[in-house]
Design a protein around this ligand. Structure first.
Ligand SMILES: Cc1ncc(COP(=O)(O)O)c(C=O)c1O
Length: 316
């Protein structure tokens, strides 16, 4: 990965290589952490973070659901992130806040172990590649089912839960596919290992509902709104596995991957990215980069220090 200069850790800006934790940190052993994946884009008005507040709200809710008491408010993390982007001199980047149970007490119930919070930012290109966004990717239905709400909390973006996504992703990568699609515990389509999924069926956009164990994706929410604003019908309903094979178009949405068409699923050809996928993808990318006036409110602009005007410098 490409390093930046500084990482924000528990209220301090520390050099990248010195942002360290103790090996007995609770989160390292049990996965007791929650995190976010956010992106900052270069726009005409400077760097802007896409739906920053919504991501920080989800972080707080993820923490609350696992009884982790956040020692910093969303607003404190937000302003630290702004400063971090500026101090690292970045115009666009990936943003990774993480809150985890730290060092101090072991065992499953460790209420006295502190909650450590960090934010890292670094340059990170499209997760499934620029070519994937352009031409579409090959995906495969995973033999691993998405975590069940009977045993974990799919709505929480919690670190330990990602072992499930890692199994699915690893299986698909080892078999030569770019992404895995997980079914939920009932056998209905759920989502990708790090993205939500949309299908086009008879001209209508269809995406699995909250009750199908999905993560409530912020890209998903944005794409639903954009598609509706463009005049498409979007339905949230259970999707049978075979509907993936019968779909006219399929695409994935996520912060890291953005909007990625699927051109093949389980070795069934879906074909080149379709018209609806392209239409929504174009508008979504305009929204991310501040080119869509109607979605500017989704952007959290990072104030850059004013450039020094040499002519107006006061010399004493
Ligand atoms: C399991 C999972 N599903 C869906 C998503 C998409 O969510 P978002 O659009 O908020 O990035 C992600 C990424 O955060 C994810 O990890």
């Amino acid at each position: 990965m490409e390093k930046a200069e500084l990482i924000w850790l528990n209220g301090e800006f520390v050099p990248w290589d010195e942002a360290k934790v103790h090996v007995l940190s609770h989160g390292l052993h049990y996965g007791s952490g929650v995190f976010e994946g956010i992106r900052c884009y270069e726009t005409e008005r400077g760097p802007a973070i896409f739906r920053h507040r919504e991501h920080l709200e989800r972080l707080a809710k993820s923490a609350e659901m696992f009884y982790l008491e956040m020692p910093f408010s969303g607003e404190q993390i937000r302003s630290a992130t702004h400063e971090l982007i500026v101090r690292n001199g970045l115009r666009s980047c990936y943003i990774r806040p993480l809150a985890f149970r730290g060092y101090g007490e072991m065992g499953l119930y460790a209420p006295t172990a502190p909650i450590d919070v960090m934010v890292a930012v670094w340059p990170w290109g499209a997760y499934l590649g620029e070519e994937g966004k352009e031409k579409g990717i090959r995906a495969r239905v995973s033999s691993w089912r998405r975590i069940s709400p009977a045993g974990l909390i799919p709505h929480s973006k919690a670190s330990g839960q990602y072992l499930n996504s890692i199994l699915a992703k690893t299986e698909s990568a080892n078999a030569g596919y770019e992404e895995a699609i997980l079914l939920d515990e009932r056998g209905f389509v759920c989502e990708g290992s790090g993205e939500n999924v949309f299908l086009v069926r008879e001209g209508t956009l269809v995406t699995p509902p909250h009750t199908a164990s999905i993560l409530d994706g912020i890209s998903r929410k944005s794409v639903i709104q954009i598609a509706r604003d463009l005049g498409y019908t979007v339905v949230e309903r259970d999707v049978a596995r075979a509907e993936l094979y019968l779909a006219e178009e399929i695409f994935l949405t996520g912060t890291a991957a953005e909007l990625v068409p699927v051109r093949e699923i389980d070795d069934h050809s879906i074909g080149e990215p379709g018209e609806i996928t392209r239409h929504v993808q174009g508008k979504y990318e305009d929204a991310l980069c501040g080119r869509a006036e109607e979605y500017l409110e989704w952007l959290d602009f990072v104030d850059q220090p004013a450039p020094v005007d040499e002519g107006s410098k006061v010399t004493s």
